[in-house]
Design a protein around this ligand. Structure first.
Ligand code: ADP
Ligand code: ADP
Ligand code: ZN
Length: 226
């Protein structure tokens, strides 16, 4: 495994709902010892815990809109202070707006870090609805699956932990997925040009099968961690 030199490396996965950000981030965690920070996961945990932030975020998330920067930034900042992020982080689902990208720069500057690499996962829109609608995860370990594209080796049993309990997200239906795709194009896709201009953008064909995408993602990460 490659060594990170001084400050923790920061990777960003950019892509619409269903692009495979979560799937690939978990694989990169295992391969490189990085930590996945998914603002979606952090927000869902806040909703489940019934915190004040979670209460405010719930309805927005169910409608497929974007939660306020104030809430998202506070949750992310807290998590980035945890000691397990010291090797490096993979941001999944953040930043989602130009304002969040600027806020991230400020947050990183305060700890002497910077965005090392942004991997844009390029996909077509239409197949993303089917990817999102067929998505489910292991309730015990969070491993992601798909009704058609990634089934457990033994039906009903998680490959990773042997768990038999699975769950689906409330917002993973065709209607909300459409709203989330629209939000992605309006507010998040412009970040591709923003990071390209800074010379940190990599692009990966994320329409390929999961293993092929993983190979391309690893190559991007190795450029930074080598
Ligand atoms: P995101 O985090 O970008 O929303 P996920 O990683 O959760 O996307 O993937 C969405 C769904 O599509 C999951 O059910 C996952 O198993 C499946 N999936 C991920 N990558 C691929 C791929 N390259 N080809 C087919 N299905 C995929
Ligand atoms: P996906 O992986 O399918 O793109 P996420 O799990 O990243 O979905 O996000 C689920 C929902 O959580 C979003 O539709 C949005 O309501 C909220 N959310 C997640 N990250 C952010 C963020 N950075 N800014 C605002 N809202 C967010
Ligand atoms: Zn599991």
């Amino acid at each position: 495994m490659a060594d990170v030199t001084t400050t923790p490396a920061v990777f960003i996965l950019l892509g619409p709902p269903g692009a495979g950000k979560g799937t690939q981030a978990r694989m990169l965690e295992e391969t490189f010892g990085l930590v996945q920070l998914s603002t979606g996961d952090l927000l869902r945990a806040a909703v489940a815990a019934g915190t004040e932030a979670g209460k405010q975020a719930k309805a927005v998330m169910e409608a497929g809109g974007l939660v306020s920067d104030e809430i998202v930034l506070a949750i992310l900042k807290d998590r980035m202070a945890d000691p397990d992020t010291k090797r490096g982080v993979i941001l999944d689902g953040f930043p989602r707006t130009a304002g969040q990208a600027e806020a991230l720069d400020g947050l990183l500057a305060s700890t002497g870090q910077r965005v090392n690499s942004v991997i844009s996962m390029e996909v077509e829109d239409a197949p993303m609805i089917a990817r999102v609608a067929g998505r489910y995860t292991c309730a015990a370990c969070g491993e992601g699956y798909h009704d058609a594209f990634k089934q457990p080796a033994t039906a009903g049993v998680c490959d990773k932990c042997g768990g038999a309990d699975f769950k689906r997200r409330a917002d993973d239906n065709a209607e909300t997925a459409g709203a989330r795709l629209t939000a992605y194009h309006a507010q998040t896709a412009p970040l591709i040009a923003y990071y390209k201009g800074r010379g940190v953008l990599e692009t990966v064909d994320a329409m390929a099968d999961i293993a092929s995408v993983a190979g391309a993602m690893q190559a991007c990460v190795k450029q930074v961690l080598a």
